[in-house]
Design a protein around this ligand. Structure first.
Ligand SMILES: Nc1ncnc2c1ncn2[C@@H]1O[C@H](COP(=O)(O)OP(=O)(O)OP(=O)(O)O)[C@@H](O)[C@H]1O
Length: 265
């Protein structure tokens, strides 16, 4: 590990077994992005397989957000190949990008609820934006209820965000993400700012959603506990590359100093 090239999965390693025979839903190859002399991504590779929970860990400023922005077409990479659910992102026009984004759920740190809207109205918002994807439904109530039930918050439907705790807001935001039945969910620091018990609840929810809908999840986190519980595989982003890949057990016992640094408390 730790060389400057793509690390193919060793087929009979634990992480190799996880990926064997599964369909690739996100394929990032040799991604490069610099801002002047700041070379952020220097040949980053990543594959997300159908139904898997993949955690990407990297220090602050290592380029995780840049990678996600390139992935959803919000930022143009300098070079590299990005394919999401069979579509090559760099070749898509605006309408095609919008359609792609409707298939991707985002749970970002900043994906706050609209304070002036009730929980119901917050959940109706994406339905109105992507009405055609849901077959132009006129009665949104069953969709809103199903999404809220998935996160155990059906009783909050008529509350305002200010009446919810931080953990409940995060769960409502997750329900809003689920309402469009995304095939892929991108989580950016899903447990940041939450106390350990609430963080654990969010992690449990992420796992149950993944089981129920067979979604593929790309999870960006600094939280080693979150990574341990939620990840099937992990990618460590160091020096702009996928420095190391493997299961939590594989990586947490790796003796490479840059890998070890992630697991020191
Ligand atoms: N639009 C931009 N213009 C110039 N530099 C940028 C831009 N976006 C990101 N960068 C730089 O790219 C580097 C990686 O930033 P990025 O936000 O991807 O880090 P990160 O790994 O997501 O960090 P954090 O964990 O703190 O959110 C940083 O040095 C940042 O200053």
């Amino acid at each position: 590990m730790g060389n400057n090239s793509y690390i193919p999965h060793v087929q009979d390693s634990p992480s190799g077994k996880i990926t064997q025979g599964r369909k690739v839903v996100i394929d990032i190859r040799d991604l490069r992005k610099s801002f002047g002399e700041n070379h952020v991504l220097n040949g980053f590779h990543l594959r997300l397989y159908e139904g898997e929970n993949l955690v990407v860990m990297g220090k602050s400023g290592s380029g995780k957000s840049v990678m996600i922005k390139c992935l959803v077409g919000l930022m143009q990479p300098d070079s590299g190949y990005i394919e999401v659910m069979g579509r090559e992102v760099n070749t898509l026009d605006q309408a095609q990008l919008d359609a792609l984004r409707a298939d991707i759920g985002f749970l970002f740190q900043g994906s706050a609820l609209y304070d002036s809207m009730t929980v119901r109205e917050n959940l109706e918002f994406p339905i109105r934006r992507h009405r055609e994807k849901l077959g132009n439904v006129s009665d949104t109530e069953p969709l809103v209820m199903e999404a809220l039930e998935n996160v155990g918050l059906a009783h909050t439907i008529d509350l305002m965000p200010e009446e919810l705790s931080g953990g409940m807001k995060r769960r409502v935001a997750l329900a809003r993400t689920l309402i469009l039945k995304p095939k892929v969910i991108l989580y950016d620091e899903p447990t940041s700012g939450l106390d350990p018990i609430t963080a654990k609840e969010i992690i449990e929810l992420m796992r149950s959603i993944q089981r129920k809908y067979n979604t593929s999840s790309l999870i960006i986190t600094h939280d080693v506990d979150c990574a341990r519980v939620v990840s099937e595989r992990m990618v460590l982003l160091v020096d702009g590359i996928n420095y190391a890949e493997g299961t939590y057990a594989e990586l947490s016992s790796d003796k490479d100093p840059k890998v070890e640094a992630f697991f020191k408390k």
